[in-house]
Every structure is written in C-alpha cells, then in structure tokens.
Design a protein. Structure first.
Length: 358
C-alpha cells in the first residue's frame, strides 16, 4: 500500500540560505519503505514574498521540490494553506508541515505515519522535537494550551535521556507544534486549514483545538525525532500577535458557558498584563490587541469565525480541556510573577474544571 504525503516547508527571504541545506540533506535520507507499505513523498516549498533571487536559490538547493511562489508574505498560515490545499486537490493522504530550520531523522516520517495508521482518529501528530545542536535537550513533547489561551512547549529543555519513549508515544497533546506535524488531510477537509487571520503564532493551537472539537485527536509520535534550531524570539512586535491570537483562540473555540466561568480569571489576567506592559513600555501592543476585538469592523468576522468553530463541535469542553493546564511551565518566561500566578491560576483551574460538565 502507498501513502501519498506532501512535505511542506515555508521560505521567506534569506531563510533558505540559512537553513535549507541541512534540512534538505536530512530529507534526502528519509526511509520511505516498510515491509507492509511505502510512502510516496513530494516536497512543496512555499516561497513567501518571492523574488528571482530567492526562487533561483530554491531551484538550486532543492531541485526536485515543487515551488509555490507567493508575491507577498502573507504569513505562516497562508503559506502552509497554499500547499495543503494543493495537496488535498491532488489526492494526498497526509501533509507534513515542517519548519525549514529543522533536521529530520531518517525514520521520522515513517514513525509519524505508523502512529496515524494505528490510531485512525488522530488528525495531527507531532514529532518529538529536540534542540539543535544540543541534541540531548527537548524542544517540545507536544504543545500545551493554558486555559487562558497561552501556548507553550511541553517538556522544554528536559533531558532526552530521562524520557520514557514507550510511555510518551501516542500521548494526547493539546496541539501539535507547527515545526513538525503530520496532518491527516481528511481531517482538515472537515475542520478547515490554518486560520489565516492569525498570520503568525497560535495558528497551530487553533487548528489543534478545532481537531479536538470535531472528534479528532492530537498526539505525540515520540519515536519521530526532529531537531529544531529553535530561538525564542523576544521581538516586541511578537507580543501583539501572541496576546491577540491567544484571545482569538479562546473566543473561537470555547463553549459559551466555559467563557462565562473563565471570565473572572480572564479579566484579572488582563489587568495584570496591563501593569506588566506599562512597566516594560509595551502597552501599545496590549491596546492594539484589545482594539482588534473592540473595533466594530471586526465583529462580523469574529462572530463568523466562532460560529464556524462551534459548528464543528462533536466533543464537550470537559473532554477537550483534559490536556489544558493551569500553569505555564516554560523556562523562557519564568519569573517570580509567573510562579505566583501559576499557583493561583492552577488552583482556580482545578476548581473550574469540576464545574465544566458541558
């Protein structure tokens, strides 16, 4: 039996010069055949804000790739959607969304497919992401949704040697990281592709949430090893996208009653964030995030997005939130304030989870 898989990589400006050589070389070493089935793989490279220089670079470095040229840079979501939609129209079974700043192990794709085959309800499976070049450290064991909409990498900077891979393999996760996730395209036909409103950050969280709502699952393929040249960005503009998009995910995907019972914590967290943003000189980004929701011109699209997500609902919130957390366990944002907040919010979350029976 053959499985048709689209390997999807996004390029932007000089990314290819920085990352493609290692990524492409590792893809060339992929094992695609097992005793029972084999993989027919095509690599799609989406060249955002393409020009002749970037296009020529991609043709030279990845001569067998199918290159999609986009005149504008419309973000991570749009770029991946272009390739996913094409793969769906061409009858592919799976789409492997892969960051260009990754290096894959030879069996990484086979292990993803194995998990998908053994669990037909998996809509998205994430590889075990390790750091590069610190290969003994974890980058992500699947991503976690905090009940206030924040997302973070589970297992961040844990020692790989301390992991029980048998126990982790197939473990449910809130959502798979867009750095290496295999999507079942039949699931995406049902729930839709990445929401392009997000542009960047949290679009993988939103898609994973919609998969769970529709009765699909997101799980970790612990034997699929991918190395990630991860750098935690501290760009100030990032705070707008992260803040706006976590609220957008919550707005779209929570049941109305869940939003209602979470309202006190949401309001308190907004007050705390205003103080933090004021002290750090980033208040403009918080106000900009609020304006996205307060601007009447955005209300029709916000309500349409929520209606689309809620129409997918096959699973109650009390089941969807099983993988959600009341704490943010991510070293890059650790501070005394976060630790105090974790204690109080986790206590609140443990109580609220008992109330959410819908």
């Amino acid at each position: 039996m053959n499985y048709k898989i689209a390997i999807i990589i996004i390029n932007y400006k000089d990314y290819a010069n920085k990352y493609l050589a290692d990524c492409w070389e590792s893809l060339s070493r992929l094992n695609l055949i097992t005793p029972d089935w084999q993989i027919e793989a095509t690599t799609f490279i989406v060249d955002n804000q393409s020009d002749e220089a970037s296009y020529t670079t991609l043709q030279t470095m990845a001569p067998t790739a199918y290159i999609i040229r986009n005149t504008n840079n419309d973000g991570f979501a749009k770029g991946n959607n272009d390739a996913l939609a094409l793969a769906m129209s061409w009858g592919y079974d799976f789409g492997w969304v892969l960051n260009m700043d990754t290096i894959v192990e030879p069996d990484s794709l086979i292990e993803l497919v194995k998990l998908m085959i053994s669990h037909p309800k998996i809509g998205g499976a994430q590889s075990l992401l390790k750091w590069w070049p610190d290969k003994d450290l974890v980058n992500s064991l699947g991503n976690v949704t905090h009940f206030l909409g924040y997302g973070y990498c589970n297992g961040y900077k844990k020692r790989v040697a301390e992991l029980n891979l048998d126990e982790l393999n197939g473990q449910p996760i809130s959502y798979p990281s867009g750095a290496s996730v295999l999507f079942r395209l039949s699931a995406l036909r049902q729930v839709g592709l990445f929401d392009e409103t997000f542009w960047m950050y949290n679009e993988d969280q939103d898609l994973g949430w919609r998969l769970w709502l529709a009765g699909w699952e997101c799980r970790l393929a612990a034997y699929s090893m991918v190395y990630h040249k991860y750098e935690f960005s501290r760009s100030v503009s990032k705070y707008y996208w992260l803040d706006r998009n976590r609220l957008l995910s919550a707005w779209k995907n929570y049941h109305f009653l869940t939003l209602l019972v979470l309202l006190p914590a949401l309001l308190l967290s907004e007050i705390v964030l205003v103080v933090v943003y004021c002290c750090s000189g980033r208040l403009i980004y918080k106000l900009k995030a609020w304006w996205h929701f307060c601007n009447p011109l955005h209300w029709p699209s916000l309500f349409k997005a929520r209606i689309r997500s809620q129409r997918l609902r096959q699973v109650r919130d009390h089941l969807v939130i099983k993988t959600f957390s009341g704490r943010i366990l991510f070293q890059e944002v650790d501070s005394p304030l976060v630790r105090v907040g974790n204690w109080g919010l986790n206590l609140y979350w443990q109580i609220i989870k008992l109330i959410i029976i819908w």
